[in-house]
Design a protein around this ligand. Sequence first.
Ligand SMILES: Cc1cc2nc3c(=O)[nH]c(=O)nc-3n(C[C@H](O)[C@H](O)[C@H](O)COP(=O)(O)OP(=O)(O)OC[C@H]3O[C@@H](n4cnc5c(N)ncnc54)[C@H](O)[C@@H]3O)c2cc1C
Length: 467
Amino acid sequence: MNEKWDVVILGGGPGGYVAAIRAAQLKKRVVLVEKHKIGGTCSNYGCIPAKYLLHQTKIYKEMKENKNIEGPLEKIKCNWKKVQEEKGKIVERLVKGIEFLLSKNGVEIVRGEGSVKSEKQMVVNTEGGEKILESDKIILATGSRPGALPFLEPNGREVVTSREALEFDDIPKSMLVVGAGPVGLEIGTIYQRLGSEVIVLEIMPTILPGSDEEMANRLERILKQQGLKIYAQMRIETCSIKEGRVSLKGSSLETQSPFEFEAEKVLLATGRRPNTEGLAGKDMELHLDEQGFVKVNSMMETSIPGVYAIGDMIGGYLLAHKASHEGIVASENASGLKAEMSYKALPMAVYTEPEFSSVGLTEEESKKRGIKIQAGLFSLQASGRALTLGRQEGMVKIIADAKDEVIGAHILAPNASEFISEIILAMNKGLKIQDVSSSIHIHPTLSEAVMEAAMKSKNQAIHVLNL
Ligand SMILES: Cc1cc2nc3c(=O)[nH]c(=O)nc-3n(C[C@H](O)[C@H](O)[C@H](O)COP(=O)(O)OP(=O)(O)OC[C@H]3O[C@@H](n4cnc5c(N)ncnc54)[C@H](O)[C@@H]3O)c2cc1C
């Protein structure tokens, strides 16, 4: 006999497992189908391993560059094997923790590859054979995988994706990073800190395309000072591999002149593709967009009633916290509540040093939409806390509309991803820029720069001149 459930969820990444816990909280009988590892890309091959390697290499670099430490600094080495082992342990611990939470919430896990058979049926190929799960509602959360270019396919050796790049046994002497998005910049930074010669090639005019231009340009300058070589407007046309070395050839979109770069490894960081192939039976009308992402409405429901989709597989910003929030919305709707997803205050972060974190509209986007803005800028050169950290190269920008409502913030600072949260809350609750500037911030903190930027938008900043 087929097993019956209230909600079946396909995919145990940050979208799927959060959806499972939320549906279980709402007293639903929930089963989560996962073909590989609970925690998905984020916990196993993305956010968490990348941030561990970034943190370890940051300590290593800071130690080597700290002028106040005496002794034979050249003797300090990064024990890469140990770092990789520790990274594995952290990932394992995290995944076990998620499995524990799922189990304690009463979520059943079925291991195997699933697909939607009908509106109320999921078929799963398990080790023990085919299993049919009958369910009132279905939530799809199958995520995404690295994309490739027609002439640049990853082979797992010389041409790799982020997954292999985070697991190298040896530190490559040289690396070409194709794509200056968050993944390319973070992994490029890790290996540059370890001594690799890293060259980043981007086809667009700036790094982090679509971000606040002033901030992206500033971050590019900082990363170049740190030793990362970054070239924009570079169109790669061919790739060849000879004796373990990769060569990329192409031409500059700016000057039309040809280029050729060679390295031990090429990291493809040019975006991701949705895992949507073969997901639904032939006679099922699961609508996809031109790139293969599943189309959903604001309640996360697909073109098939009662079937929801969340996370990377529906496109937009491919971020773990986006996937998780969509998971909560989908589960609430699947459980009979009414919830809608809002992307008004969806933040993002790049974990370089300094970090870059952003939420809401940029100056460029506001202008394009015809919104009259007031922007408050505050340089970290005037921040006491930044001075104590030796990191004054950053900046905070807050944008408000003509009615003083906060509509965006862009922060280049150590730990920017942590202290942008007050702006996320402000935007979520429709607060005004004066609400930020009139809140007392602890001294000395980097978050004071947020308050000062808000003050500056009204020419009331204290620690810079209001010219
Ligand atoms: C290097 C890197 C760094 C990143 N850093 C960050 C970061 O710092 N912050 C951030 O917010 N985001 C980050 N991301 C993005 C983040 O990892 C994704 O946005 C997030 O994992 C998406 O969650 P998801 O649940 O939609 O999909 P996934 O995490 O991809 O999970 C999907 C799950 O579904 C399973 N699955 C797929 N098909 C089937 C099937 N047919 N049957 C059964 N199971 C199936 C997969 O095995 C997988 O476990 C990073 C990504 C990468 C690659």
